[in-house]
Design a protein around this ligand. Structure first.
Ligand code: PAF
Length: 291
């Protein structure tokens, strides 16, 4: 595995591969790699000639009171995992080379960025789209890979790529889960033993809500009420930031589930903020239950 730290060298290396007709798959990460990231690397390996992984903890996407300083860092462990997954290039730039003094340009996908996590983390998605746009310009991938766990991030990036004619394919891959259903996340390492057990309530809530919808309950208020009740039954859930059913294209809340729907949740378990979601495919011939 080649380690590149300088954006200009990364760019020249990519251009060289593209000139030789090789496709480039790209997996952007903030490190503290887990099976979720490695599944993206494997997918990229299967679909491209060269796979580039970046590790960059992007200060721009953390709010002033968020966990930038505490965010888990494990460069050595990450490199072992990436070699094991046979990644070709690790791009790990220094912050000063990505955001030099007098950096003034931000990329913003309006509307989608202000919903769900955007309400709780203002400015977060502008930080994400700015760094992802920069990384895409440097790495010049044929395809870029993102996990469905960050569904909102994935659709915002898709929109940016389309709107700005960036000319690559954005591939959204399934969420990888622990044995009890908890979505893998670098932030799971913040949870103590009790909190870790309690966190499985999120996936249970999503699965039980799916069953409820399949049974014929397709009315927004009933579904939202059910989700909030399930989550609040767990004493270590200290805050429900959102839990509802959304249109996966617009992220507007759905009144009636008569088309593909996104069930999405953001909660705090103890002090740790966790998100998860599930896509439900349309169930035909369902009518709202009355009475
Ligand atoms: O999902 C992440 O890890 C980050 O938001 C990303 C896409 C690497 C941008 O910093």
């Amino acid at each position: 595995m080649e380690l590149i730290r300088i954006p200009r060298i990364m760019k020249d290396t990519s251009i060289g591969h593209l000139l030789h007709g090789r496709s480039i798959g790209f997996v952007p990460t903030m490190g503290a790699l887990h099976e979720g990231h490695l599944s993206l690397v494997r997918r990229s390996k299967g679909e491209n000639d060269i796979t580039v992984v970046s590790i960059f903890i992007n200060p721009l996407q953390f709010g002033p009171k968020e966990d930038f300083n505490e965010y888990p860092r494990d460069t050595e462990g990450d490199m072992v995992k990436l070699k094991g997954a046979d990644a070709d290039i690790l791009f790990m730039p220094d912050v000063s080379l990505i955001y030099p003094d007098k950096f003034l340009t931000y990329v913003e996908v309006q509307n989608l960025s202000e919903k769900l996590c955007g309400v709780i983390r203002p400015g977060h998605f502008s930080g994400v789209t700015t760094i992802v746009a920069k990384l895409l310009n440097i790495v010049k991938p044929t395809r870029a890979y993102f996990g469905q766990k960050d569904f909102q991030q994935a659709i915002i990036i898709k929109k940016m790529v389309k709107d700005l004619d960036m000319g690559l394919e954005v591939v959204v891959c399934p969420t990888i889960r622990e044995h009890d259903g908890l979505a893998m996340s670098s932030r799971n390492s913040y949870l103590n033993g009790e909190e870790r057990k309690a966190a499985s309530v999120i996936n249970r809530c999503l699965n039980q809500t799916t069953e409820l919808i399949k049974s014929g309950i397709i009315n927004h208020d009933q579904i939202k009420g059910f989700m909030e009740k399930k989550l609040s039954e767990e004493p270590l859930v200290t805050e429900i930031q959102y839990a509802s059913v959304y249109d996966p294209d617009t992220l507007e809340e759905l009144e009636i589930i008569d088309k593909e729907a996104l069930l999405a949740v953001a909660v705090r378990v103890g002090k740790t903020r966790l998100i998860d979601n599930i896509l439900i495919t349309p169930v035909r011939h369902l009518r709202p239950l009355t009475g």
